[in-house]
Design a protein around this ligand. Structure first.
Ligand code: NAI
Length: 462
C-alpha cells in the first residue's frame, strides 16, 4: 500500500496497516505529522495552555497563593511549543520505523495504474506502484480577497502559531473553532482582540446555549465579538506599524495583526490524478463513498481532503476504516452525526450528536435539561465555574427523557469530560441507562450525571 500524506489521516493508515502486516510506503513532503502536529491542534492547544497558566497565576491570590504579576516571555512559550511538537513528531517517526513503513520524502502524485510519482524531496525522483493507494494530503487555510498573507499584518493559523511577538491589538476574521481559540488565547495574554464574524453568531454548529456562554465570557474578558459583519479590506498605515480593517457599515478598527480564520480548503493541488477515475468536486474535495473509496478502484481518500468533518480524530478513524476496507472486512461506515467536537477556547466547548435545534428539525419531540457548573463542587474548587452541561433526549409520553440525542458541554475541562456523553449518544443509550451509573465525587463530570438524572423526572441537587 502507498499512502500520500503524513498527517493524522495518512500516518494513521500507515501505522494501522503496517501493524496488521501490510507492506506500506508513506510519502510526505514536509515534516511528519501534518497540520495537526505542526500548524494545528497541537501548537494551538499548547498556546491555549500558556493562556491558562497565565490566568491561574494572575488569579492565584484568590487561593492565598501570592505570585507576582505574571508577564509572558513569548520566546520561551514558542520554545516549549516547538519542543512538544518535536517530541511528538519524533514519536510518530519512530513508530513508523518500528513498523517498517518505508517513508519517502517528497511530493506524491497519482497517475494511471496506481503509479505514484515522488518528486522534489530527499528521496529523489521515485516511481512506485501498489495494489492500494490512500490519498491523505489534507487542507490549507482559506484566505479572502483583500486579506492575503503578507508577512506583516495578515496571518492565517500557519503564521499565528509561530509569530515572533504578541501584537497589542488584533482583528480575528471568522469566529469558528480556530478564530475563537486564537481570540481566547490572545485575549487572555493581554492582546486587545476583536472577532469579526459574518454570520449572526460565533461557533456556528454548536448549541446556542453553549455559544452564549462563550460570548458572555469573551465579553467579560474584554474580547470584543462583532457578528453579522462583512469585512471590506485593510489599509496599512504609512508608518507600517498598524493597519485599519474596514468592516460592516463603514466601521473600522486599527490593529497590529489580522488573523484570517474563515475555514480550510482541501489540498489536492499536487496530486495530479490525470488518467485516474478519482473525481474532485467543485469545492476541491476528493469524492468518496461511505467507505472512503474514490472513483478509481483501489484508491481511497481520507481526512481533510474529503468532505467530512475537518478534525484530526475523524482523519484517524477514516485512515483505519480505509485499511479495514482494503482488507475486505466490510467495515461499518463512520456516523459523522455522532462525531465528537472539542473546541479549546476558554471556556471550552465539547459536544456530540444533535443540538436542540437540529433534533427538532429532524422531527424529534425533544426534552432537554441544562445544569450549570456554578453549582458543581469541583468547578468551584478549581475556580472555573462558567458553563453548562445540556442533554437533549427524545421525549417519552410521560414527559421524561428516552434516547439521548445530543450532549453539549461548555465550561472547565469539558473536552476531557465529553467521553461519556459521546458514548451515550453513539451507543444510543437512554436516560434511564445512563442515570443508573454512579459518577465519582467530587468531579466536574458529576454535572453530566445530574443533568441526565433530572431527565428521569427526579433529581438530586439541581
Ligand atoms: P470554520 O468553518 O469553523 O469557521 C469559519 C468562520 O468564518 C465561520 O463562522 C464563517 O461564517 C466565518 N467567515 C467566513 N468568511 C468570512 C468573512 N469573509 N468575514 C467574516 N467571517 C467569515 O473554520 P475555521 O475556524 O477556520 O476552522 C477550519 C476547520 O478546522 C473547521 O472545520 C474546524 O472545525 C476545524 N478545526 C477544529 C478545531 C477544533 O475542533 N478544536 C480547531 C481548529 C480547527
Amino acid at each position: 500500500m502507498i499512502v500520500i500524506g503524513g498527517g493524522p489521516g495518512g500516518y494513521a493508515a500507515a501505522l494501522y496497516g503496517a501493524g496488521i502486516g501490510l507492506d506500506v510506503g508513506l510519502v510526505e513532503k514536509g515534516p511528519m505529522g501534518g497540520t495537526c502536529l505542526h500548524v494545528g491542534c497541537i501548537p494551538a492547544k499548547e498556546l491555549l495552555e500558556t493562556a491558562h497558566v497565565f490566568r491561574t497565576v494572575r488569579d492565584a491570590a484568590e487561593f492565598g497563593v501570592n505570585a507576582s504579576q505574571p508577564t509572558v516571555d513569548w520566546a520561551v512559550t514558542m520554545t516549549r511549543k516547538q519542543t512538544i511538537i518535536d517530541q511528538l513528531a519524533g514519536g510518530v517517526t519512530s513508530l513508523l520505523k518500528g513498523r517498517k513503513v518505508t517513508v519517502y520524502d517528497g511530493a506524491g502524485s497519482l497517475g494511471a495504474n496506481h503509479e505514484v510519482q515522488i518528486t522534489g524531496g530527499e528521496s529523489g525522483d521515485v516511481t512506485a506502484t501498489a495494489p492500494a493507494v490512500i490519498l491523505a494530503t489534507g487542507s490549507l487555510p482559506h484566505t479572502i480577497p483583500g486579506f492575503e498573507v503578507d508577512g506583516r499584518f495578515v496571518m492565517t493559523s500557519d503564521e499565528v502559531l509561530s509569530m515572533d511577538a504578541l501584537p497589542a491589538r488584533a482583528a480575528v476574521i471568522g469566529g469558528g473553532a480556530i478564530g475563537c481559540e486564537f481570540a481566547s488565547m490572545m485575549g487572555d495574554l493581554g492582546v486587545e482582540v476583536t472577532v469579526l464574524e459574518a454570520l449572526p453568531q460565533i461557533l456556528t454548529g454548536c448549541d446556542t446555549d453553549a455559544t452564549k456562554v462563550v460570548e458572555r465570557s469573551f465579553k467579560k474578558r474584554g474580547i470584543s465579538v462583532r457578528t453579522g459583519v462583512m469585512v471590506a479590506g485593510h489599509t496599512p498605515d504609512p508608518s507600517g506599524q498598524h493597519t485599519t480593517v474596514a468592516f460592516g457599515d463603514g466601521e473600522s478598527i486599527d490593529v497590529e495583526a489580522v488573523v484570517v480564520s474563515v475555514g480550510r480548503r482541501p489540498f489536492a493541488d499536487l496530486l495530479g490524478l490525470a488518467g485516474t477515475g478519482v473525481a474532485v468536486d467543485d469545492r476541491g474535495f476528493v469524492a468518496v463513498d461511505e467507505r472512503c473509496r474514490t472513483g478509481e478502484p483501489g484508491v481511497w481518500a481520507v481526512g481533510d481532503l474529503i468532505n467530512t468533518p475537518q478534525l484530526a480524530h475523524v482523519a484517524f478513524a477514516e485512515g483505519m476504516l480505509a485499511i479495514r476496507d482494503i482488507l475486505g472486512e466490510q467495515p461499518t461506515p463512520l456516523d459523522h452525526h455522532g462525531t465528537p467536537w472539542c473546541i479549546y477556547c476558554h471556556p471550552e466547548v465539547a459536544f456530540a450528536g444533535h443540538t436542540e435545534e437540529s433534533a427538532k428539525d429532524a422531527g424529534f419531540d425533544v426534552v432537554t435539561s441544562a445544569h450549570r457548573f456554578i453549582s458543581n463542587g469541583r468547578a468551584k474548587i478549581v475556580g472555573d465555574t462558567d458553563g453548562i452541561v445540556k442533554v437533549i433526549a427524545e421525549r417519552r409520553p410521560d414527559g421524561t427523557g428516552g434516547r439521548i440525542l445530543g450532549v453539549h458541554m461548555v465550561g472547565p475541562w469539558v473536552t476531557e469530560q465529553l467521553g461519556q456523553g459521546y458514548l451515550a449518544v453513539n451507543w444510543e443509550a437512554t436516560i434511564d441507562d445512563v442515570a443508573a451509573f454512579i459518577q465519582p465525587h467530587p468531579t466536574m463530570s458529576e454535572l453530566f450525571g445530574e443533568t441526565v438524572l433530572s431527565l428521569t423526572g427526579r433529581s438530586l441537587h439541581g
